[in-house]
Ligand binder design. Structure first.
Ligand SMILES: [Ca+2]
Length: 227
């Protein structure tokens, strides 16, 4: 038993070693320095530490994939929003004060080796711009997908050695009100590109080049209303 546990720990350490997440850089103001793209880190980054246990019912099934949602309240208009997801949880950073640390993550934090090939989207609830009657408004909302990503070369590789983690950025388009990142209700959709279960630990981050006072991320609409 001890030998198995030791091996599992070693494997876990090895897998986590491969993943060190660097700062989350913005699209705005990026510079090309020779072959390198230099990005200014987002001023505001909200981290959500999660763990998907197998068999959790999907929020929605789309194209035979189990889709899960993390609802987001954006408190002030933003020029840009970035979303990224890494699985399994990286060695760095570690959960910090102010992060959203879920109960399932805490319960399963010894499992650092189960992971999934992430896929993320970022959607806006059309016209939902105040928290008044939010639960009801969310139920009848029309969701517009602003961006999605499956695999990003900007992200650390997964333990498989593949660049299957995800990163997307959305910029406010002043010529298209539908693409303006105004105050309101948004959601991060996530699933796995692979068939089958979405399982294992993950870190999701939402970044912005400005401070977003009171930004919230929650698997439920009700969670956005908690103080
Ligand atoms: Ca992927």
């Amino acid at each position: 038993m001890i030998a198995i546990a030791t091996i599992a720990l070693m494997l876990g350490a090895f897998n986590a070693e491969a993943q060190k997440l660097k700062s989350f850089g913005a699209e705005m103001g990026k510079k090309q320095v020779g072959p390198k793209t230099v990005r200014i880190p987002y001023m505001d980054v909200t981290s959500y530490w999660g763990f998907m246990e197998p068999g959790v019912p999907a929020d929605e099934v789309v194209d035979n994939k189990k889709l899960y949602y993390l609802y987001v309240w954006i408190p002030i208009a933003a020029p840009e929003i970035g979303v990224r997801m890494i699985s399994p949880i990286p060695k760095k950073p570690s959960p910090a004060e102010g992060d959203i640390i879920t109960e399932t993550f805490t319960k399963n934090q010894k499992d650092t080796k189960t992971y999934f090939d992430t896929w993320v989207s970022f959607e806006k609830a059309v016209g939902v711009i105040s928290k008044e009657g939010l639960v009801e408004k969310a139920q009848g909302a029309t969701w517009r997908r602003l961006e999605y990503n499956d695999d990003s070369g900007e992200m650390p590789k997964q333990p498989s050695g593949r660049s299957y983690n995800s990163l997307l950025r959305v910029k406010t388009d002043i010529n298209d009100p539908m693409k303006a990142l105004v105050v309101g209700l948004y959601r991060i959709g996530f699933t796995t590109w692979k068939k089958g279960e979405v399982e294992g630990s993950f870190l999701a981050q939402l970044g912005a080049p400005i401070k977003l006072p009171g930004v919230k991320i929650s698997p439920t609409i009700e969670g956005l209303l908690e103080e």
